[in-house]
Each structure stands twice: as structure tokens, then as C-alpha cells.
Ligand binder design. Structure first.
Ligand code: SF4
Ligand code: SF4
Length: 182
């Protein structure tokens, strides 16, 4: 396909009208109010359900809500989550929860704050906060482990508190036998 080039006038060939137009546009902005934000002293206003850094939360009794189902790891588009599942201590009051992550790492350099992990979590154990300015001196420092994620997430009070009224089932209760025995 042949594209016809428009024929330029004499003035257009000199580029002067375009240069003057550009300069006029720049000058016309000078008397206007400045809108440069003095970040980080001046924080931006975050609207709506802004999605920032993902964190893990504890329930009001300081128990890790995550049950290590690995759904978030599965859906995470950039594969930023790495979970090593483990079992709850047999002697713990909430041993019937069975699983909790032995390790839970989110690579914040990979995370794109999409919120899929929060959406998919059946336990409401992972939440995106509004923090977005993360910094580190090395790539390793940007790998947030379980302790760091729980520290950032803190305690979350909500109606999803699956194990609240469930005591530890007596030994031998069908369906609660441990497979790993850890
Ligand atoms: S917010 Fe998105 S990219 Fe970040 S950890 Fe969750 S699922 Fe992965
Ligand atoms: S944070 Fe939620 S989705 Fe991810 S492993 Fe834990 S319980 Fe499952």
C-alpha cells in the first residue's frame, strides 16, 4: 500500500510555525499554578481501594491465618510467591487448623500489586496494604519472608475467623489425622 505524503507549504518546510506553537504552549504554562508534588515529603492522595504491598495477617488471637493452601502461589501472575507448607504444632490449642506455612516468601521486585492473592485467599489471610514505596540495598532484602510479611500485616479483625469456635478435636477424630506427623 502506498501512502501519499501531504505536500508541505513553504512555512511548514521551515518548521518555524511548529516551533513557535510549541514555545507558546510552554510559555502559556508559566503563569499557571505549579502542580509538582514534593515527594516524599508530600504524599500522593490514594483513591479508592488502592492496591499496594501484599502482607500476611494474624487473627485477633495472634494466630497466623494462612493455612498454606498455596492458592495464592498458584494464581500469582509473576510467580512472586513461594510457600513451603508446614503443619501446626500438635500441642497447639488450634492444632485442628493443621497447616500453616513453614516459610512464605514474596519477592517484592516481582510483585505487580495485582491483588489476585487477596482475591483468591479462602482464609482472608493475605491483604494488600496501601504502602507502595519499598526500598532495599539488595535483591535479597526485597524477598520478604513470613515474619516480615506478618509484621507488615499485623492483626486483622474481620468476620472470616474460621477456627474461632472450634476446639481441638479429640485424637482419632476422622479427617484430622496428620499425614506428615510434624
Ligand atoms: S499482588 Fe499479585 S503479583 Fe503481588 S503477590 Fe499477590 S498475586 Fe502476586
Ligand atoms: S495466604 Fe491464603 S491463599 Fe495463600 S496459602 Fe495462605 S491461606 Fe492459601
Amino acid at each position: 500500500m502506498k501512502v501519499e505524503r501531504p505536500k508541505l507549504t513553504f512555512w511548514e518546510k521551515t518548521y518555524l510555525p511548529q516551533i513557535l506553537k510549541g514555545m507558546w504552549l510552554t510559555l502559556s504554562h508559566l503563569p499557571r499554578r505549579t502542580f509538582t508534588r514534593q515527594y516524599p515529603e508530600e504524599k500522593p492522595v490514594l483513591y479508592g481501594d488502592y492496591r499496594g504491598v501484599p502482607t500476611l495477617v494474624k487473627d485477633p488471637e495472634q494466630r497466623v491465618k494462612c493455612v498454606s493452601c498455596q492458592l495464592c502461589e498458584f494464581v500469582c501472575p509473576p510467580k512472586a510467591i513461594r510457600i513451603t507448607p508446614g503443619f501446626r504444632d500438635d500441642q497447639a490449642a488450634d492444632a485442628n487448623v493443621e497447616k500453616e506455612p513453614q516459610e512464605f516468601v514474596i519477592d517484592m521486585l516481582r510483585c505487580i500489586y495485582c491483588g489476585y492473592c487477596e482475591e483468591v485467599c479462602p482464609e482472608e489471610a493475605i491483604f494488600l496494604k496501601t504502602d507502595f514505596a519499598l526500598a532495599g540495598y539488595s535483591r535479597e532484602q526485597m524477598l520478604f519472608d513470613k515474619e516480615k510479611l506478618l509484621e507488615l500485616g499485623g492483626v486483622h479483625e474481620d468476620s472470616i475467623w474460621k477456627w474461632k469456635n472450634k476446639g481441638t478435636p479429640p485424637p482419632g477424630t476422622p479427617g484430622v489425622e496428620r499425614k506428615g506427623g510434624q
